[in-house]
Design a binder for this molecule. Structure first.
Ligand code: PLP
Length: 394
């Protein structure tokens, strides 16, 4: 089959392999504890869902501008400003509303990078980054920080790669999927200073920013001095914070010049995000007090589960190490004292599924074959049962 080089290296989402097998086993009557999911198990807050329904009733079912309705772009800009510790000036015209953070990332990566460009991707990474970089025919370059710093990268790691030339971009995802690691403001600042100096685009995926366990909202690049933000693009959205994964609402925030190109690209591909979705998101971003209450309810539940899971791991699997999650809803767990000799992360996860009826995602999907990812977007009872079952396989 003669297909375009555009997609020659494209792989289907690797996080789905075990999840699909788990679905088959569950359909065949097995009692599977399913911890592969990458979405909140909560419902979309009622006031947000109602705003979407009302929009349909009001006939708001036509095209909108590609970058989104103006009140939503303004509400998103206002929200970014409100959450920034510096209250930076955020221009609504820098906001482009997309079908999920994933489309925002596609727009950004496809618009900023191309053939011959190298884009640094810290490991472990969200599985989609290398694929999007390759669709743009740029080259992902993987960098790993030290285990004792939750694999977070530093300027020294970046400099080592950049010295070989051709680096045009850097992806940062904090809080991280899959590790839950969070960069501090000073770590982000050092990285942003390096990127500014090297004239490297910094793409900061902050989709888990409000699922944070050391405060209300994790540090983000908009907490940094504005002179560092010229080549910075923020990607965020409603999926995780407001439990809106199926609505498909994400956005990018960049300079106006970049935003107008992202908007042009989107106008020629998918046009605007579904109009009722935009009105639902408008409620989420505009009605701050109600939104903050709902976000806090979910955040607190995730934090509680994280603590329960950490206690279970400590008592049943004390010799098993993991990255201490400070945000998002995943544990990234080392298979070292769990896997059998010769087992890679996929073998291990398949055995866990068949022998223990626990579904988790192999670390290979995130660039590290000696780990697996366990999502705690599931009720506490499932998490406790999963650890019990994993311990019983030994
Ligand atoms: N970025 C990261 C790190 C994610 O984990 C996800 C979803 O899993 C996304 C972006 C995409 O989010 P959305 O559902 O808004 O497209």
């Amino acid at each position: 089959m003669e297909l375009s080089p555009n997609i020659a290296a494209l792989q289907p989402s690797a996080t789905m392999v075990v999840a699909n097998r788990a679905k088959e086993l569950a359909a065949a009557g097995k009692d599977i504890v399913e911890l592969t999911v990458g979405e909140p198990d909560f419902d979309t807050p009622a006031f947000v869902a109602e705003a979407g329904i009302q929009a349909i009733r009001d006939g708001r079912t036509r095209y909108t501008p590609a970058a989104g309705i103006n009140p939503l772009r303004a509400a998103v800009a206002n929200d970014l400003q409100r959450l920034s510790t510096r209250s930076v000036e955020v221009d609504p015209q820098g906001v482009v509303v997309s079908a999920g953070a994933k489309q925002a990332l596609f727009n950004v990566i496809f618009s900023l990078f191309g053939p011959g460009d190298r884009v640094i991707v810290p490991v472990p990474y969200w599985t989609t980054y290398p694929e999007l970089i390759q669709i743009a025919r740029a080259e992902p370059v993987f960098v790993k920080g030290p285990e004792e710093n939750s694999y977070k990268i530093s300027v020294d790691d970046l400099e080592a790669v950049a010295a070989r030339g051709g680096v045009k971009g850097l992806m940062i995802n904090s809080p991280s999927n899959p590790s839950g690691a969070v960069y501090s403001t000073s770590e982000l600042q050092a990285i942003a200073e390096w990127a500014a100096e090297r004239k490297v685009w910094l793409v900061s995926d902050e989709i888990y920013r409000r699922i944070y366990f050391r405060g209300k909202v994790a540090p983000g690049v908009l907490d940094l001095p504005s002179e560092l933000l010229e080549r910075v693009v923020v990607v965020d959205g409603a999926s995780k914070a407001f439990a809106m994964t199926g609505w498909r609402l994400g956005f990018s925030y960049s300079s106006k010049a970049v935003a107008s190109k992202l908007s042009a690209l989107q106008s020629q591909t998918t046009s605007n995000v579904s109009t009722p979705t935009q009105y639902a998101a408008l409620a989420a971003y505009q009605r701050e007090d109600e939104a903050d209450r709902e976000v806090e309810r979910m955040r607190a539940a995730f934090e509680n589960r994280k603590n329960v899971l950490a206690a279970e791991l400590k008592s049943r699997l004390p010799d098993v190490s993991y990255v201490e999650p400070e945000g998002a809803f995943y544990f990234f767990i080392n298979t070292k004292n769990l896997a059998r000799p010769g087992e890679n992360s996929l073998d291990f996860c398949e055995r866990l599924l068949v022998d223990a009826n626990v579904a988790v995602v192999p670390g290979a999907a995130f660039g590290d074959d000696s780990y697996f990812r366990l999502s705690f977007a599931s009720p506490e009872s499932a998490l406790v049962e999963a650890v019990r079952r994993i311990a019983a396989t030994r």
